[in-house]
Design a protein around this ligand. Structure first.
Ligand code: ATP
Ligand code: MG
Length: 444
């Protein structure tokens, strides 16, 4: 078992990692990598290092272990010492940023210094940069020619924007591949897909990992773990991580194989096994979370839904509305927080409110029927509850009711204590209510 980030623990790397004819990683050794982000903005708190997370995710998918994230200011001595330190400890260092034309862009100098080589003017790169400027109808400043200077012996890649990127292999003190990419995220992504991914595949011995995400609702984390862990333990090619969110538990299954397709195929039997073992608790897989699945099922059935929300204050509608195409099935709803609103907007009789109190089975049932009648939808979801921290009518925090009005007009009501603080109770109440609709649409 590993942590909640889904980082694979066991990645087989059977073949040695060879890039450009140089063996960087011995056979059987896991590929270790670091991300070095460059730019004073990162250390001044002005910029979040999204490049490091993006790169880590891609490296993980390719079976590489990221062992360090580091950020440095635009200072050559500090940059070089960080790069030396990382190069000594890893097979692969990905540098993001510092490839621009200004004097604070120091990646070329730093890599040359660590490699013990000079910067070299590359006429092919100079011409390519000039072409880019001409194509954009922009004037090229003389400073841009600085971008055609790269460490001697480096492999250059044509720019995505205007900054060429490059790869450089160090042979001492230990073999290390250094890859320098521009900091601008879209340029970095494009260069990764065009050039870096293939190098990483070669270095990692062509092992790729795929993470499958199962969205589990209506069950506790320890209960889910007890069911899933033995199934994953029986499969050495897979690793398991749990991510408990307020509204769902994600079970993340990571499987390694030679390529993406094979990893995906290898993961499927386990996904099916876990889904079956969780007996209806898996709302959806990968990009399909609970809301997406419910809206898809409604759309396929040509049916509609409305909501009547007290405790959740509109959160259920908002969760459904966030899914593209929601308008095909989501008609509308009412936020009926106060007693009067329940009466005025959804016709709940005052006598019923007086008799049962606003958080109760009969009121939740009446709200679902009222929403369905007012909107003319096939289904209607209603919720009431005590989200806390205070109690309501002597009911303890977490006392919740949810109801579903069916297309034939009958309404089913459920009630339960939902654990958690105010935010968690609101999220979980929304989930059980939406999940009830999912289960009924699935015919269970
Ligand atoms: P260019 O050649 O376009 O100047 P560069 O390699 O010099 O690119 P930087 O100057 O370091 O890159 O960064 C350019 C911009 O890219 C930054 O202003 C920032 O918006 C974005 N950026 C840089 N580094 C990161 C990062 N680690 N995470 C997210 N965004 C970044
Ligand atoms: Mg720059």
């Amino acid at each position: 078992l590993n942590d909640a980030t889904g980082t694979p623990e066991r990645i087989a790397a059977p073949e040695p990692g060879v890039v450009g004819g140089i063996t960087i990683r011995a056979a059987g050794q896991p590929t270790r990598a670091a991300v070095l982000s460059v730019g004073s903005e990162l250390l001044l708190g002005d910029l979040t290092d999204t490049n490091a997370t993006w790169i880590s995710r891609r490296l993980k998918e390719q079976g590489v272990e990221v062992v360090h994230h580091l950020a440095v200011r635009d200072d050559l001595a500090e940059f070089v010492s960080a790069l030396d330190w990382l190069a000594e400890r890893t097979h692969l260092v990905i540098i993001g940023g510092g490839l621009g034309p200004t004097s604070d862009d120091l990646t070329r100098e730093a890599v040359a210094s660590t490699a013990g080589v000079e910067l070299e003017h590359r006429e092919d790169l100079a011409e390519e940069i000039a072409r880019r400027f001409a194509a954009m109808d922009r004037h090229m400043a003389p400073a841009n020619l600085k971008q055609a200077m790269i460490p001697a012996g480096a492999d250059a890649w044509p720019p995505a924007g205007t900054a060429p990127a490059f790869g450089m292999t160090l042979t001492s003190p230990t073999p290390t591949r250094i890859i320098a990419l521009p900091g601008v995220p879209w340029e970095l992504h494009q260069l990764w897909d065009d050039h870096v991914a293939a190098e990483v595949a070669a270095l990692a011995g062509r092992r790729v990992t795929v993470t499958r995400i199962l969205h589990v609702v209506g069950r506790g984390e320890s209960d889910v773990a007890a069911v899933v862990e033995p199934l994953v333990d029986a499969r050495p090619e897979a690793t398991l991580a749990f991510l408990a969110k307020a509204h769902e538990i994600q079970v993340r299954l990571t499987v390694s194989a030679d390529d993406r397709e094979a990893a995906f195929a290898a993961s499927q039997p386990l996904v099916d096994e876990v889904t079956a073992a969780l007996a209806g608790g898996v709302a959806g897989v990968d990009d399909e979370d609970l809301e997406t699945v419910v809206l898809r099922m409604l759309t396929e059935a040509g049916q509609t839904v409305s909501t009547a929300e007290s405790a959740t204050g509109g959160d259920i509608s908002a969760r459904l509305a966030r899914i593209p195409g929601a308008s095909r099935a989501l008609v509308g709803g009412a936020v009926v927080y106060a007693m009067d609103a329940k009466h005025d907007l959804l016709d709940v009789p005052t006598s019923l409110l007086d008799e049962h109190g606003s958080v109760s089975g009969p009121i939740t049932e009446a709200l679902a029927a009222g929403a369905r009648a007012r909107t003319g939808t096939d289904w209607a979801i209603a919720v009431t509850g005590v989200a806390g921290p205070g109690t309501v009518d002597g009911l303890p925090v977490g006392s919740c009711f949810w109801a579903l009005a069916h297309p034939d007009g009958h309404v089913e009501v459920h009630g339960q204590r939902i654990p958690g603080d105010r935010t968690q109770v609101i999220a979980r109440l929304g989930t059980v209510a939406i999940d009830l609709l999912r289960r009924r649409l699935a015919g269970t």
